[in-house]
Design a binder for this molecule. Structure first.
Ligand code: PAF
Length: 280
């Protein structure tokens, strides 16, 4: 695996590889890698692309300074995992390399409704920060394909919108959420859970499964409330449990039985915020 720290160096290398007719598959990450991330590397390799992973804990997307300070960092292990997964290139930039002009006066992306609900509502500014970094990364790494995990359902929609807004010639692939045997969605933030908290954390998966198994056409208010109560009883502080239109994230309170839906949840266990979703 080749490691680049400078934007100009990786960009030159990739332009040469493109000129030689090779496709680039890009996997942006913030490190603390798990099998969910390596499954994205495998997907890009299966497509016959040069797989490029970036590790950059993006300060612009943290609306909570405490979350940024405590974000897990396991760089040696990450490099090892990437080598084992057969990743071809790692981009590991510094903050000044990513934001040479600073983060003030950053561009504002017109994300519309997507930025006002769920993660957008509970983490103001978060998606602007995600767009800022992904836009910059795609300028440095002109990828044919970009691989994302379904676990960050709303982020996938935001990045699709970014690519559309900025007319970026990159195809987005959404890969399934990987889960532990308990059902807990793999996440870098799981590393911050104590063994005791981990036992409770799987209640998010159980709650989403409950929604999937019990949804019926009609009013959904009572069903959603049962889900919120089950998380609260398991020790979570719930930001939201919602049922939304899977195509545009409109919140659905009354279901006609036809629309494709997704159940989404975000809740704190201690000071660790977990999110998950399930197509219904
Ligand atoms: O999902 C993440 O890890 C981050 O939001 C991303 C897409 C790498 C941007 O920093």
């Amino acid at each position: 695996m080749i490691l680049f720290k400078k934007a100009a160096d990786i960009n030159n290398w990739l332009l040469k590889s493109k000129a030689a007719g090779k496709k680039t598959g890009f996997i942006p990450t913030m490190g603390a890698l798990h099998q969910g991330h390596t499954s994205l590397i495998h997907a890009s390799k299966q497509a016959g692309s040069i797989s490029v992973c970036s590790i950059f804990v993006n300060p612009a997307q943290f609306n909570d300074a405490n979350d940024f300070d405590n974000y897990p960092s396991t760089i040696e292990k990450d490099i090892d995992a990437l080598e084992k997964a057969g990743c071809d290139v790692l981009f590991l930039p510094s903050v000044s390399e990513m934001y040479p002009a600073g983060m003030e006066n950053a561009k504002n992306y017109d994300l519309g409704y997507l930025e006002t609900v769920l993660e957008g509502k509970y983490r103001p500014g978060h998606f602007q920060g995600v767009c800022l970094v992904v836009h910059r990364l795609l300028n440095i790494i002109p990828a044919n394909d970009l691989y994302l995990g379904q676990k960050d359902y709303q982020q996938c929609m935001v990045i699709k919108k970014l690519v559309e807004l900025e007319k970026i010639n990159t195809t987005i692939y959404i890969c399934p959420t990987l889960r532990e045997t308990s059902g807990l969605a793999m996440s870098s933030r799981n590393m911050r859970l104590t063994a005791e908290a981990r036992k409770h954390a799987l209640t998010i998966f159980e709650t989403l499964s409950y929604l999937k198994n019990n949804i019926k056409p009609g009013d959904l208010t009572a069903l959603k409330q049962t889900a919120i109560d089950s998380l609260t009883n398991a020790g979570f502080k719930v930001d939201y449990v919602e049922i939304a239109d899977a195509g545009n994230l409109d919140i659905i309170n009354h279901w006609n039985g036809n629309k494709k839906l997704v159940a989404v949840a975000a809740a704190f266990l201690g000071d660790v915020r977990l999110i998950d979703n399930m197509l219904l």
